[in-house]
Design a protein around this ligand. Structure first.
Ligand code: PLP
Length: 397
């Protein structure tokens, strides 16, 4: 094949043709929500019952559907994924002034939730094998830069306790959980999984977000299923679940007199209206996963012919939901990615780059971090392709 000289104009043409051959000639959004089930029926039921805010029947049904699907012991629904992470970190015992390990290559919300706890994001590196935390590199870094005192890991540079780690299952591909769990146990770190993008993704036969005691989901409009805005905390123990439920419900206690609270809580519980939509969406989840997995294989075939770009396929041992389809440029060069993205967007093909690595944002630039060359490499080579399940003819439901 004679396409090896990287001419951005040629490459744009090849990529757009490959995408169009799979996804058709219409305007192609990055990811569109889809409401083709019982959404209106359940919403109408909410309106009739007038139970629209907290603690109605749909929140309970939705939580049960989520915990049944993920096989988590408990699920607590929240107003969004960010609040789920905030509460997840609080119940994990993260205290003000402590550090939490978080990839630089993630959405800002993951680090913001750490800041909401008064804690400090400590940025760690990721690699192109999974887009998740580079476990081997992290372990070497922790050995060199921390010491364990009285069972707690201390950052030798800052003197602060490193309390927790937040692996993120990027684009729906599970991180290296066995390795990360081993590191967490060696360094006494609590793991809170950010599974916001990975509902329906597994490592082995275990659902993402259930490897540790605490995992978080998002049901924002761009995620695999949506409640408009919403999130959930997956919890292993009844004790943690009670704590989380208490905190998202303004820390209200049931006494004879209402409105008694035993601490400062949060108004983070999911409204019943959103849960009604969520229950209908959960019923359609298997069909969405199936179609996204078909879409991945179709894109893979279409990109087989193009030597400069390769579709990212699920790493070994994983079953991914393929939330966002991802193309990896084989020979990145200065400005190539930006040029491709602009051109494709101009053609009505909505593609997007990775989030700007978080340590490059002004307000995170002074936070502790390890070498982040892997994260920079990912951000210079990755673009997400139009990923709506509607691009594949519905096989089920
Ligand atoms: C979407 C997302 C979140 C936050 O979820 P919201 O529901 O938008 O608050 C957190 N982390 C990651 C990796 C996400 O993609």
């Amino acid at each position: 094949m004679s396409t090896d000289n990287i001419n951005p104009v040629n490459l744009t043409k090849l990529i757009s043709e490959a995408i169009r051959s799979v996804a058709g000639s219409d305007y192609l959004p990055l990811h569109e929500p889809e409401f083709t089930g019982n959404e209106s029926v359940y919403l109408e039921d909410c309106f009739q019952s007038t139970q629209v805010s907290g603690n109605g029947p749909y929140v309970r049904k939705f939580e049960t559907a989520v915990s049944d699907f993920t096989k988590s012991n408990y699920a607590v629904a929240t107003v969004n994924g960010t609040s789920a992470l905030h509460i997840g970190l609080l119940v994990a015992g993260v205290l003000p002034g402590e550090e939490v390990l978080v990839p630089a290559a993630t959405f800002a919300a993951t680090a913001n939730a750490i800041i909401y706890c008064g804690a400090v994001p400590h940025f760690v590196d990721s690699n192109l094998n999974t887009f998740g935390i580079d476990a081997e590199k992290l372990e070497d870094y922790l050995i060199a830069s921390t010491e364990i005192r009285a069972g707690v890991t201390i950052n030798k540079m800052t003197g602060r306790v490193i309390r927790a780690m937040v692996p993120v299952h990027i684009f729906g591909h599970a991180s290296d959980m066995p390795e990360l769990l081993a590191i967490a146990s060696k360094f006494n770190l609590t793991i809170v999984e950010d599974a916001a993008e990975s509902l329906g993704s597994y490592y082995g036969d275990k659902h993402t977000g259930t490897f540790s005691d605490i995992g978080c989901l998002s049901f924002n409009g761009n995620k695999i299923i949506t409640t408009g805005g919403g999130g959930a905390i997956l919890l292993k123990s009844a004790e943690l679940a009670d704590k989380a439920r208490h905190l998202v419900n303004t820390a209200r206690i049931n006494e004879v007199l209402p409105y008694t609270h035993d601490q400062v809580g949060y108004n983070y519980r999911m409204p019943d209206i959103n849960a009604a939509v969520g229950l209908a969406q959960m019923e359609q989840l298997p069909s969405k996963i199936e179609r996204k997995r078909i879409l991945a294989r179709s894109y893979q075939t279409a990109f087989n012919e193009i030597s400069q770009a390769e579709l990212f396929m699920e790493p070994p041992k994983r079953t991914s939901n393929y939330w966002l389809q991802t193309l990896i440029l084989q020979f990145p060069s200065e400005g190539l990615l930006e040029g491709l993205i602009n051109e494709l967007n101009n053609m009505g093909i909505m593609v997007r780059p990775l989030w700007k690595p978080l340590h490059l944002l002004n307000h995170f630039s002074n936070h502790p971090r390890m070498d982040l060359s892997g994260s920079l490499q990912i951000s210079s080579r990755v673009l997400n392709l139009p990923s709506s399940p509607q691009l594949v003819e519905k096989r089920t439901k």
